[in-house]
Design a protein around this ligand. Sequence first.
Ligand code: AMP
Ligand code: GLY
Length: 417
Amino acid sequence: MKVLVIGSGGREHAIVRQFKNSPSVTEVFVAPGNDGMKKDATCVAIDSLEFDILTAFVHENAIDLTFVGPEQPLAEGIVDYFEAQGLRIFGPTKAAAQIEGSKTFAKELMIKYNIPTAAYETFTDVNEAKDYIRKMGAPIVIKADGLASGKGVIVAMTLEEAIYSVEDMIGNQKFGESSSRVVIEEFLEGEEFSYMSFVHNGQIYPMVISQDHKRAYDGDRGPNTGGMGAYSPVPHLPESVIQQTYDSIVLPTVEAMATEGTPFSGILYAGVILTDDGPKVIEFNARFGDPETQVVLPRMTSDFGQFMTALLNGKPFELKWSNDAILGVVIASYGYPWQVKKGAILPDFSKFNKDIQVFHAGTKEVDGYFVGNGGRVILVTSKSSTLKQAEQQVYAALAEYNWEGFFYRTDIGWRAL
Ligand code: AMP
Ligand code: GLY
C-alpha cells in the first residue's frame, strides 16, 4: 500500500518511520514534512490545509491511505473533505475533532456522560471570569477554549496570576479567537499520563501508555510547552490504573461520541491525571501526541500498514507491543516557547548508535547541515530493556555533542526513575 502522512513535526516523522518499517507499505509520502524526513519518505510541498491540492495528489498517485498528524487540518475538516471524494483517510471528522478543538465541547460531553474530569465554568466576559476566580481562590487553572499549540493552559498558583491570565486571554486575545472564551477549572493534583487509542467504528485498540514533560525547564518548572520529552512505559503506574482509565474514560467517551451523533474515528488521546479519587481527564486530543508518539509507536511490533487496513475494514487484529523502554529528549531552540532564535547549526549526529533515534521536528538543511527551524527542533530517543538504561544512553549520547543555540531538559523520566 501507498501511504500519505499529513504534517511536518516529530510526531509525523515517527508515523512516517513506522509506515516505512512496515512490510505491507511500499511507499511513504509526507506533506509537507521537513528536510530531516527525506531519508524516510518523499516530501511533497503541499501545506496541510490545502485540501484540494492534497486530494488531487492522492488521486494522481493512487495513495491507499492518508494519515493525519496535526490537529489544525482535522479541526478544519480534512477528513470530511477526503471522504466526500471517496478517499480513505484516518482521523476524526470536523464534528468529532471538536473534542480537542473546543474545551467547552469536551467538558460538556464529560459532564453529561459522567466521565471524570475537573469541575469547571466557561467565560467570555473578563469581569465575570475575575469574580469567579476570586470566589474559587488559587490554585486554579485557566484554559483557552480553542487550539493554542499546547500553550493555552495556565496553572495559576496565585490569584494575581489567574486574574492576569484571563485579562491576557479574553482581554488581549492572546490566542486570538481561541481565547475569546476560556474554561476555568479546578486544580487537580496527581501523576499525569497519556493514554492514546486507535478508534474506528466503535473498535478501540489502546496503545501502551507514556508520560510527557510539558514544562520547559528541569524540575517541571517554567512555562507549559508542546512537550519537552517523554517515555514509555510508565512503570510506576499499575496495570489496574490503566484498566480503570479504559473503563471509566476511554470506553464511555467513544460511546458518548457515537450517541451524540459525532462518532469518533482516529487517535483518541486522553491526557489523564491520577487523583486520590481515581483517574480524571485533563484534556482530550483528537490526534497523536507529540512527543509521546515518538516513544510509543516504535514499541508497536505488528505491521502498522496491515493493522490500519484491518482497523478500517473492521477486521479483528491482534495488535502487539514490545517490552522495550523508550525515553526521548527534545532539543529546543534557545528561547522556546517564547521568542525563538532560529538558524543555529545542529551537530552532525550521524554517529549515534543503532538504539538511538532522531526524529526531526523543526529542522532545515542548509549546505549539508541541519539548522534549527522552529521551537522544538529534534527529539532524540534511546531504546533499552529498562528506562534507567534508556535514560543513561540518551544523555550519554547527547553529552558527546555541542548544542550551542539549543537547550534540553536533563531530567526526562525523573518521576519514574
Ligand atoms: P493541557 O494542554 O490541557 O494538557 O494542559 C497542560 C498542562 O497543564 C497539563 O499537562 C497539566 O500539567 C496542567 N493542567 C491542566 N489542567 C489542569 C488541572 N485541572 N489541574 C492541574 N493541572 C492541570
Ligand atoms: N504532548 C502533548 C500533546 O501532544 O498535546
